[in-house]
Design a protein around this ligand. Structure first.
Ligand SMILES: [Fe+2]
Length: 272
């Protein structure tokens, strides 16, 4: 390939985009079939229709430029779609597969976003503002799709994928294994709870003894539920809690702690 002018590079970029969109059209069809969530299927279906429109806009640009849209293959898209095919063909939990499909689709979208951004910059540089406007419409659709996929992943599908692995159920042996991740997490939670109680008691004002009793009681419930099942970390946490509970019983306050106005919750602490 000879690249002697920016126009040549611009046309090459446009051809690569055209190749990408054609491949994506086929990829979206497969992704829609492979998806399990209705919302995800709809997103792929909607973007399929948008992609058809994007191809038409690109063809308008080629007409304007007097160039053929053919002659370039987007190898990046070939590779990204091949990656996506692995998820499409995967067996396993439906929520996890959907999370993988979103990730695969977003990799493709991000590549398109980069390519459209470049093509728009070249179009503007060359004074091809009409084409730049058409390309911008395509780019806006890619951004919107990417945003929609992110929202779907973060608001529901990634979370559902977390629970659908059965990880929590399968990890019931945490009661006898201190090296288990869940066991470690719960120990950390208990230590955090005890530390929170300690900090809460330090910050609580003299009028907040009721508040102190409540947080102490809630932390104790947590220990009753889980503490006995965990190892030495929870023992440390429990002793920390006991120490501050005893102090509460003796003085009803901690005069050396920060003043009430320093509490982010104001007098009396947070309301439960
Ligand atoms: Fe596209």
């Amino acid at each position: 390939m000879k690249l002697e002018t920016l126009r040549k590079l611009y046309v090459t970029e446009l051809k690569s985009l055209y190749s990408a969109e054609k491949q994506i059209l086929l990829g979206l069809k497969k992704m829609k079939v492979a998806a399990h969530h209705d919302e995800l299927k709809q997103a792929f279906e909607q973007h399929y229709a948008e992609t058809e429109g994007q191809i038409k806009r690109l063809e308008q640009i080629f007409d304007r430029l007097g160039e053929s849209p053919k002659g370039q293959t987007s190898r990046a898209t070939l590779g990204l779609i091949a990656e996506g095919e692995k998820i499409i063909k995967a067996k396993g939990q439906s929520d996890v597969i959907d999370a993988g499909l979103i990730a695969a689709a977003q990799k493709i979208e991000h590549n398109e976003i980069a390519c459209y951004g470049t093509a728009i910059a070249y179009a503007k540089q060359l004074g091809d503002h009409e084409s730049a406007a058409l390309l911008q419409q395509n780019l806006d659709e890619e951004y919107a799709t990417d945003k929609r996929l992110t929202a779907m992943a973060e608001n529901s599908i990634n979370r559902e994928a977390t629970y659908s692995t059965g990880y929590y159920e399968e990890s019931s042996e945490y009661t006898s294994s201190s090296s288990n991740n869940i066991g470690i997490s719960l120990s950390g939670l208990l230590l955090g709870a005890a530390t929170g109680v300690a900090v809460g008691m330090l910050l609580a004002p003299s009028a907040g003894s009721d508040f102190r009793r409540k947080i102490s009681s809630q932390a104790n419930n947590l220990f009753d539920q889980f503490g006995g099942q965990l190892g030495s970390v929870s023992d440390v946490a429990k002793s920390l809690l006991d120490k501050f509970s005893a102090q509460e019983g003796k003085s009803g306050n901690n005069p050396s702690g920060p003043q009430t106005q320093n509490s982010p919750y104001g007098a009396g602490g947070p309301k439960f």
